[in-house]
Write a protein that binds this ligand. Structure first.
Ligand SMILES: Nc1ncnc2c1ncn2[C@@H]1O[C@H](COP(=O)(O)OP(=O)(O)OP(=O)(O)O)[C@@H](O)[C@H]1O
Length: 275
């Protein structure tokens, strides 16, 4: 849970990301294809910050910029006080150890040719100082156990697991480098509702046990409400509203947030017109 007094783990200031426009005609007409413009937020150790907004609002672009998959055109992204937008590829590799990602589609994000053991151990080939090679098998089994998978199945392939189990493999892989921050990009949207709750509870338990911070991206507001300490509402790449989950969900100040909440098929009495 959050501690408002703690120094931020991640500090994003005035982040701007524009994607290149390949057609010179469109380039002249539109100028820039700005996906994210002036986004600012902090994540403290052990805190969960939710990023919500409709499709195309820029949520994944923020995540990609934080993890270094797209370049920031302006602004700063500080991780533990260091601006990683100025980092060399080698420095980025080192900092990525501390920041891991869990993806939406556990099928697409796991290499079907690798056993679970190899999926989890893959990052240890790059970051050699994390786990000594003679500990790999034991550590894989510990990680599988931690995420609720049977450690005896470490030689199986991803297709031999259910969707929820595959997402648990993705979470074990994210934990392998002992990160401080995990970016969860729609981690349960591809799963059945009953399985969603189990995976969300797992993320919650892991946070309690390991002190992880999450940047949690979801279009499902009920998931965000359940899990997040603070919430950022993105609209056309700009932060429309920010606050504690309670403030944003119980007393939305922005019209766009109200519209998003009103679109959720859950009874929200504070949005009903008063007679
Ligand atoms: N690789 C890319 N090249 C060009 N434009 C892109 C690219 N990726 C995203 N965009 C554009 O940037 C904007 C923000 O997209 P982004 O994927 O960050 O939104 P999102 O909120 O994560 O949406 P979704 O929930 O559908 O994933 C959109 O207008 C999108 O079309």
């Amino acid at each position: 849970m959050s501690d408002a007094g703690t120094t931020p783990l991640l500090s994003v200031r005035d982040l701007k990301v524009a994607y290149p426009i390949r057609s010179s005609f469109l380039q002249r007409k539109i100028g820039e294809n700005v996906a994210v413009d002036g986004v600012t937020f902090d994540i403290r150790p052990g805190e969960t910050v939710g990023l919500v907004g409709e499709s195309g609002s820029g949520k994944s672009t923020v995540a990609r910029a934080v993890i270094g998959l797209v370049r920031a055109d302006a602004g700063t992204i500080e991780f533990e006080g260091q601006d990683i937008t100025r980092f060399s590829p080698r420095q980025l590799t080192a900092v990525r150890r501390e920041m891991q990602m869990v993806f939406q589609d556990p099928y697409a994000s796991l290499n079907p040719r690798l056993t679970v053991r190899d999926v989890i151990a893959e990052a240890w080939r790059v970051h050699r100082d994390v786990v000594p090679r003679d500990r790999w098998t034991a550590e894989v089994k510990e990680l599988m156990d931690r995420v609720g998978l049977n450690p005896d199945y470490s030689d199986r392939y991803p297709h031999q697991f259910s969707g929820g189990q595959r997402q648990r493999i993705g979470i074990a892989r994210a934990l392998a480098l002992r990160p401080k921050l995990i970016i969860c990009d729609e981690p349960v949207s591809a799963l059945d509702v009953s399985v969603q709750a189990q995976v969300l509870n797992l993320l919650d338990d892991l946070q309690d046990d390991l002190g992880l911070a999450y940047l949690f991206i979801s279009h499902d507001l009920s998931v965000v409400e359940h899990l997040c300490d603070r919430v950022l509402v993105l609209h056309h790449g700009v932060v429309a509203e920010e606050g504690t989950a309670r403030e944003v969900f119980d007393h939305p100040r922005d019209d766009y947030t109200r519209a998003l909440l009103a679109a959720v098929p859950v009874a929200r009495p504070w949005l009903e017109p008063t007679s």
